[in-house]
Ligand binder design. Sequence first.
Ligand code: HEC
Length: 324
Amino acid sequence: MKRSFRTLLPVAPIAVAVLFAATSTPRRAVAESATVDAAEKAEKCTTRLFTAMVGEGATPEALASSNPQASFAALVVDPRFQERFSRFINSQFNATPGATPAEDASYYLARFVLTQDKPWSDMFVGRYDVAPTNAQQAGSEARVTDDPNGLGYFHSRAWMVRYAGNEAAGIRIVAAYRMMQNTIGLTLAATTNAPEVDLSASGRKAAQCAGCHYNPWFALDKVAAVFGTKTGMGDTTRFTAPAGGPQSILGGVMVSNDRELAEALVANEAFNVNACRLAYRYLYGRIENSCEGPVFDACVDAFKKDKKITTALAVVAKDPTFCE
Ligand code: HEC
């Protein structure tokens, strides 16, 4: 009760001011300046939408439109958007650019997902492979192919080798972390790799390490245990299937291998939240702020329904607040 009273109060003076302005200015002038304002606002909005979506200015036709956000439908299928968004995703999913095209597997699969209008979850659980077009040349252009053993790009060799890590027993902690970062946006700073600390699995059980490696819901060593291990380096790197039993991770989910892990991650609410975070980062260059809660929630709800990243982008870009 008290709350609605308080929010109603400022309305009265504003309404009075508007009435006063309307009666004290000749009618035609008011109407004209309102049209100019609306046209200017629409132009600004169009420019903003084009810049955010394709990184370029708007066409004259789009600028003349009185409904700027209607341009979203054309922009979201524009090859410039598909290219730009895929590059953006690659920059969010990897700390540095890949040394070869296939190492930037997330770029190629993102572009595939967008051009084929696939669900975002295909990035992480879809049965694909991202590999060099010329198997003899690691540096050749990469492409996406169907692969019954594929797990998004997580089973693509260049990605696996890139994130194989250097752990002494071959435990793939680096891959475990990267998979959680890519799917649900988990962000950790690997604090300790100082030479004097014991880097072995038992060393990581020390209090100052277990807080990331063993105890939390994202316990890196437990998650890594479902990956199997790696041996060798570079071109000779080999990967084994997981040998340990199922692990209880992500707050009580039983997971035996990396496919079950990826499926559990994309089924988690954090996956939906991260998709909308990515939409905000792409469109605004930052994550959502607290007053954007209602739009953010609408984004999460819409994304949950069809798991399309373009649906998440649509909710944010077509909301009136995007043009304010
Ligand atoms: C704040 C969380 C955090 C804490 C605390 C932490 N680590 Fe890690 N650790 C990470 C992350 C994240 C990675 C993955 C790094 C990457 O992606 O390169 C990692 C990776 C590792 C690896 C594997 C490196 C590789 O190349 O395979 C070792 C070994 C390791 N940590 C040892 C330790 C030890 C020992 C401690 C305690 C002294 C410790 N960590 C504390 C987050 C943490």
